[in-house]
Write a protein that binds this ligand. Structure first.
Ligand code: FES
Length: 321
C-alpha cells in the first residue's frame, strides 16, 4: 500500500566490511544523479524473492553521487538479508524507494552524541560525516565485538572524524571500555543523543539514559526491528474521527488504523508496519493515542500518531486527515 516513489538502481559495487556485513553501493543505471537526502535517511530495498527491507544510507549526502547501505546477514533472517547476501551481484538492477528521514539531526542541539552498535553505525556514520563537514560539535561512540566486526572502518579512519571518535571493542583493551551511565551523566547542556544498533544495545543505552534523567525530547532512536517486549496485542475497537473530512471510521479490534482507512479509500503510506520507520505518521491528537511506535519522541507524540501500530486510548482518536 506504500505510496513511496520507486527507483531502479544498479548495484555498482559490493564490498565485504566484516564477516557478516556487506556494503552495497547503488547508482543510477545511466549515471544520473539520485535524489538528495539528509544524514539519517533510509531507503526501502525491494529484494529478489519479494522481500522489502529498510536500510540507512551510510554516507553523508555531500559525498554522495550514489547511495551506500550496509547489510548484515542475520542468523534469524526472514529472507531479506540472506537474499541480499546470496542473490544480489554487482551490475544487478534492483528497485528501491526514494530516501526518507525519520532520524534527522536536530538543529537545536549544541552537541550531538552519536551511539552506534554494530550495523547501527550506518546512519550515525552519515551523521558524523555531515557534522564534521559543517564543523559542528559531536562525539561518535562506536561499539563492536572486535576489530574484525567493525564495519566501515576505512571511513572511521578519516582524519576529520578521528578527534570525535570513541571506539569500544568488547574484545579490546579494558582502557577502551565505555561506562554508558557515566558517559550520559556527564553531558553538556543541549546535547542530543542518537542511538542505533541491535535490540540489546538499544535497551542498554535507553536504560542508562533513564537512570541519568536524559530528557526524552533529546533522545532519538532508530530501531531495525521492534523490541521483543513490544506490545502487539490487538486491543479494543475504536473510532477514528477525521477532522478535515468530517467523517468517522471504525477500527475493529483485530484491525490497524491503516487497514481501516484503506477500507474507506484512504491510503496511508506504509513501509515497516512495525512502528519503526515513521512512514505512516500523521498529525492528530497524540494525547488520545496509545502509542506503540519506536520512532516518535515524547514531544512528537503529543501531536502525531503512527497509524500502522498505535491505537486510541479510549473510544475515539482524532486525526488531522
Ligand atoms: S509504517 Fe513504519 S512506522 Fe508505520
Amino acid at each position: 500500500m506504500s505510496l513511496e516513489r520507486t527507483l531502479t538502481v544498479r548495484v555498482k559495487r559490493i564490498s565485504r566490511e566484516t564477516p557478516e556485513i556487506l556494503a552495497f553501493e547503488l547508482a543510477h543505471p545511466w549515471g544520473r544523479a539520485l535524489p538528495g537526502y539528509e544524514a539519517g535517511a533510509h531507503i526501502d530495498v525491494h529484494m529478489p524473492g519479494g522481500f522489502s527491507r529498510q536500510y540507512s544510507l551510510a554516507r553523508a549526502p555531500s559525498n554522495a553521487p550514489s547511495y551506500v547501505i550496509g547489510v548484515k546477514r542475520e542468523l534469524a533472517s526472514r529472507g531479506g538479508s540472506a537474499s541480499m547476501h546470496e542473490r544480489v551481484r554487482e551490475g544487478d538492477l534492483i528497485a528501491i524507494s526514494t530516501p526518507r528521514n525519520t532520524f534527522p539531526l536536530r538543529a537545536e542541539a549544541a552537541h550531538h552524541l552519536l551511539m552506534a552498535g554494530g550495523i547501527g553505525m550506518t546512519p550515525l556514520l552519515a551523521m558524523a560525516q555531515a557534522l564534521a563537514a559543517r564543523g559542528a560539535s559531536f562525539t561518535l561512540c562506536v561499539f563492536a565485538r572486535g576489530e574484525e566486526h567493525l564495519a566501515f572502518s576505512n571511513a572511521l579512519r578519516d582524519p576529520a572524524l578521528a578527534p570525535h571518535l570513541r571506539l569500544h571493542l568488547d574484545q579490546g583493551d579494558a582502557s577502551q571500555r565505555i561506562d554508558l551511565q557515566a558517559l550520559l551523566a556527564d553531558r553538556a547542556p543541549d546535547t542530543h543523543l542518537y542511538v542505533c544498533g541491535p535490540g540489546g544495545f538499544m535497551k542498554a543505552v535507553r536504560d542508562a539514559a533513564a537512570k541519568t534523567d536524559w530528557p526524552d525530547d533529546a533522545l532519538h532512536t532508530e530501531y531495525f526491528a521492534a523490541p521483543t517486549d513490544a506490545n502487539t496485542s490487538t486491543g479494543l475497537p475504536f473510532t477514528l474521527r477525521l477532522a478535515q473530512r468530517g467523517i468517522t471510521v471504525p477500527v475493529a479490534a483485530d484491525q490497524t488504523a491503516v487497514d481501516a482507512l484503506h477500507e474507506v479509500g484512504i491510503d496511508i503510506p506504509v513501509s515497516c508496519q512495525q512502528g519503526l520507520c515513521g512512514t505512516c505518521v500523521v498529525e492528530g491528537d497524540g494525547e488520545g493515542a496509545e502509542h506503540r511506535d519506536f520512532c516518535l519522541t515524547g514531544t512528537e507524540r503529543r501531536s502525531k500518531v503512527a497509524l500502522c501500530c498505535s491505537r486510541a486510548k479510549g473510544l475515539e482518536l482524532v486525526l488531522q486527515l
